[in-house]
Design a protein around this ligand. Structure first.
Ligand code: NAD
Ligand code: UDP
Length: 350
């Protein structure tokens, strides 16, 4: 049984990925400082996976180098899936040092501890934002990292570059840079889902909070984009499909002990888009939610949100070809599962 370290594993995407790992027979150790998640997630994960699933939760920060070194001494990890990071774009503009410290310095601490322990396999949570503001759509992995427009995006591009350079320096490193598009939805059990603190920044959590009566109406940011209905277009992906992509990527890049040749194939830097390849506008998402969930979402149109791009979506061919991974769950599944999670947990994990 292989053991995987999952940083940020009590968070939104991390928790769904931990379920997928446990269901596939991995042992999992979560390291999370709970700055944006709840320890209650751990019991929920076990409820879904199996009460006796091999899961250890350690509360701690990836910048705590002593803790990290001890962790790598205590466990024989076959690889790391690295979710831990701060993700609020707007906050990163007002608090850049906090973002670079947490995301970039934190990742460096992790990479250093991995190097010392000779654990050289990592799946990293990157983002479509690294393509920058001028990239043509759909985004393809062969495009260069572009002009990021905020410290959050820059921190992701920096971490990607650090990992890429490490692969050049040491050919035993295997790195999957997974560029997520817009993860939404929740596990179908309604036990785990997205639980934003305060006012949600993202579209779907805002919609579900309006639907449940926590917020009066949705603001639609920008109705004058050069898109068919004037609202922004994104590639929404079900978080459960996204989680499964991590397993496929991990398996692809993992060294096999008894086959060094295969190891060489998996080593190096690999970039994969994790999206569906299909874009939907804000109004289409509202419509899909109203239709699938039977709740009307009152909304007001507002000016464009600063820093938002008009439209982007993935070319998802590379992940399909190389990982044999696709995202079959539809927008209807995504909104239905998000609504089920919200209704089952009106106050999130509290
Ligand atoms: P999340 O906030 O729910 O999860 C991140 C987790 O990391 C949280 O549980 C938080 O407590 C933990 N964490 C943060 N800093 C830490 C630190 N220094 N030490 C230990 N734990 C720490 O976010 P998420 O949506 O699950 O995102 C996971 C990763 O995916 C992040 O790196 C994020 O930037 C990236 N990502 C997310 C999206 C998205 O739309 N959700 C899109 C692209 C990329
Ligand atoms: N959006 C919106 N109202 C909101 C939140 C988001 O109209 O309250 C729009 C936003 O302008 C973008 C789309 O919804 O066009 C997705 O935004 P989100 O913040 O979820 O993702 P990101 O901007 O990171 O792609």
């Amino acid at each position: 049984m292989q053991t995987i370290l999952v940083t940020g594993g009590t968070g939104y995407i991390g928790s769904h990925t931990v379920v997928a790992l446990l269901e596939s027979g991995y042992k999992v150790v979560i390291l999370d400082n709970l700055c944006n998640s709840s320890a209650k997630v751990v019991d929920r994960i076990l409820k879904i996976a199996h009460p006796n699933a091999q899961l250890t939760f350690i509360e701690g920060d990836i910048r705590d180098t002593n803790k990290l070194d001890q962790l790598f001494k205590d466990h024989l990890f076959e690889g790391v899936i690295h979710f831990a990071g701060l993700k609020a774009v707007g906050q990163s503009v007002t608090h850049p040092i906090t973002y670079y410290d947490n995301n970039v310095y934190g990742s460096l601490c992790l990479i250093q501890a991995m190097n010392t322990a000779k654990v050289k396999t990592i799946v990293f949570s990157s983002s479509a934002t690294v393509y920058g503001e001028d990239a043509p759509v759909p985004y393809e992995e062969s495009m260069p990292r572009g002009n990021t427009t905020n410290p959050y995006g820059t921190s992701k591009a920096m971490i990607e570059k650090i990992l890429a350079d490490q692969c050049i320096a040491d050919n035993q490193w295997s790195v999957a840079q997974l560029r997520y598009f817009n993860p939404i939805g929740a596990h179908k059990s309604g036990l785990i889902g997205e639980d934003p603190k305060g006012i949600p920044n993202n579209l779907l959590p805002y919609i579900t909070q309006v639907a449940i009566g926590k917020r009066k109406e949705l603001s639609v940011f920008g109705v004058d984009y050069p898109t068919p209905d004037g609202t922004g277009i994104r590639d929404y992906i079900h978080v459960v499909d996204l989680a499964k992509g991590h397993l496929k990527a991990l398996k692809k890049i993992q060294p096999t002990h008894n086959n060094p040749q295969e190891h060489r194939q998996g080593s190096g830097e690999h970039i994969w888009n994790l999206g569906t390849g299909q874009g939907y506008s804000v109004l289409e998402v509202i419509c899909a939610f109203e239709k699938a969930c039977g709740v009307i979402i009152p909304y007001a149109t507002e000016p464009r949100r600063k820093g938002d791009l008009a439209a982007f979506w993935a070319n998802a061919n590379k992940a399909r070809a190389e990982l044999n991974w696709q995202a079959p769950l539809t927008l209807e599944h995504m909104v239905t599962d998000a609504w089920h999670w919200q209704q089952s947990n009106p106050q999130g994990y509290n």
